[in-house]
Design a binder for this molecule. Structure first.
Ligand SMILES: [Zn+2]
Length: 238
């Protein structure tokens, strides 16, 4: 065995248990496991739960509220405040705040994070590169999945399509998108699907943030990539 947790609580209905782990998998749960392991952790009756998953995080934009607050609390002001701060975010600054957040997550029991790391022609790859670097340096502490996130759109920024491809080449794990913040949401979605298929990656979209139900594109996303090969009718009707 690689690891045994001793005397941990799995649920209230059962007595304290030992839980054995080998090759990254739970292999045995019993009241008193006689085998020994290279690492043993005494639970002392505390609850044993799987690590938490933080499924949506923007590391490079975290912990900036004290610099410029969003006084109205609206999405519009949040975007405006972030846009104003972006040019001031340096590599060291981004790394320092990202580590602060990751440390807090680990202390709270989080073991997996999906981080949307944004980039664009104006700010370059500074934030993305820091998050990719942290994914490697903190690999033994927390699993970080990096999403290529085009916060300012793809089609409306000259050079952004190439940057999305470059982000994949730099080793991101997931293709991100933000259809509502682009000149053609459907073309935006098509580009994201094409890129994800090309690199064999998953997709994570910032999808339909508007307060009303007009101009939603979720149905187009739900249709998946195959209808788009013959698109035209459905796309133009939406
Ligand atoms: Zn987000």
């Amino acid at each position: 065995m690689d690891l045994i947790f001793r005397n941990v609580r799995i649920d209230d209905a059962n007595p304290l248990m030992d839980v054995a782990v080998h090759n990254g998998k739970i292999t045995h749960i019993a009241q008193a496991i006689t085998a020994t392991a290279s690492q043993e952790i005494q639970g002392n009756g505390n609850v044993l739960v799987p690590g938490f998953v933080e499924a949506h995080l923007h590391l490079e934009k975290a912990n900036v509220m004290q610099r410029k607050a969003n006084r109205s609390g609206t999405l519009a002001e949040a975007i405006a405040v972030t846009a104003a701060l972006k040019p001031t975010l340096t590599r060291d600054d981004i790394r320092e705040r990202s580590v602060q957040v990751l440390r807090a997550l680990v202390q709270a029991g989080t073991t997996h994070v999906r981080a949307h790391a944004e980039f664009d022609p104006a700010q370059g790859f500074t934030g993305l590169d820091v998050v990719l670097e942290l994914r490697e340096t903190l690999r033994d502490v927390i699993d970080i999945q990096v999403v290529a996130f085009p916060q300012e759109g793809i089609l409306k920024l000259p050079g952004m399509k190439a940057m999305m491809v470059e982000a994949m080449e730099r080793g991101v794990d997931v293709v991100g998108g933000i259809p509502y913040n682009d000149v053609s949401p459907l073309e935006h979605i098509d580009f994201v699907f094409d890129l994800a298929q090309r690199y064999g990656k998953d997709i994570d979209l910032h999808q339909d943030f508007a307060d009303d139900a007009e101009h939603m594109t979720i149905e187009y996303v739900a249709a998946g990539p195959s209808p788009r090969a013959t698109k035209g009718a459905s796309a133009s009707a939406t």
